[in-house]
Design a protein around this ligand. Sequence first.
Ligand SMILES: Nc1ncnc2c1ncn2[C@@H]1O[C@H](COP(=O)(O)OP(=O)(O)O)[C@@H](O)[C@H]1O
Ligand SMILES: [Mg+2]
Length: 330
Amino acid sequence: MLEVRGLHTHFLARGFDNQVRVARALNGVDFTVGEREIVGLVGETGAGKSLTAYSVMGLLKPPAKVVAGQALYNGRDLLALSDDERRKLRGGEIALVVQSPKSSLEPLTTVSQQLVRVHRAHRQVDEAAARVRAVEMLAAVGIPDPERRANAYAHQLSGGMAQRVLMAMALINEPKLLIADEPTTGLDVTVQAQVLDLLRDLVRARGMSALVITHDLGIVAQYCDRIAVMYAGQVVESGGVMDVFARPSHPYTRRLIASTPDSLARRGGRPLGGAANPPNLYALPDGCLYADRCDHAAAQCAVAPRADPVAGTHLVRCHFSRQFALEPMA
Ligand SMILES: Nc1ncnc2c1ncn2[C@@H]1O[C@H](COP(=O)(O)OP(=O)(O)O)[C@@H](O)[C@H]1O
Ligand SMILES: [Mg+2]
């Protein structure tokens, strides 16, 4: 359904000395989202998760620029579409739920006006029919008293309600692919579970596919079929959730798993070693991008590893993945 291949996105900036500096934010992102699959895209802040979504959706603003790669949606390269073609797909067949719901709702229009506008931009329906549909969608995303809430403004909604409205907006045109960027960050745990349960049920019921961006591995374990782990603008490990959690085979994935609250508690709060600095995107090494943070770096790591299978569709970008695959987690 969606196949992202070798996606490179850079920020180009000219310094005071008039030299162009390049921040290599995405360095060959590869992953796929299959029919009816929910894929979790994880990684620490700054790994390039949002940038990946924005690149695929054609929503980058200068100085960010896709410099190489493809994003094939049912075989069509989204990166090669005209603005017009892309606008037609976006919000129709492919929908994005962005980070921070409150700031992405318009302050001066009501919830229903915003839903109606999105619906009518993509479907030939009159105002009244669109309004009926808007209220239906608010009910479908679990908003109590949807008739009344339809007339609310963004500032009158709680964070959880605003997130549901954004989901209603993303789903109103029955997209085939939903991309949700941190859909529950900032919500309390109970509301978070409600929103994610809803997302999963809607995705399943409507036969959609979804890419869920999060930094929470617990969410991935509970809601996703497959996982893609990002580091420094690359997917360093991907595969079925069961496979990756059972046999994490990239040192970075292993560190992420080791830093979950459960795992930390098991080791008495001791984090796994290694420097904690994020990579400098202006001066990335030629070899493995993770090498300078990796406890296992060796001479081979001066050569960039490819993402190779350790088993089936479980891919790992590390020269020593086979060894890690066999090593039990601490
Ligand atoms: N204007 C910019 N110039 C250079 N680098 C930038 C700029 N904007 C964002 N970045 C970098 O792009 C990287 C990817 O960011 P992002 O996709 O938002 O990460 P994530 O969503 O995984 O937290 C970050 O490391 C960030 O520092
Ligand atoms: Mg982000």
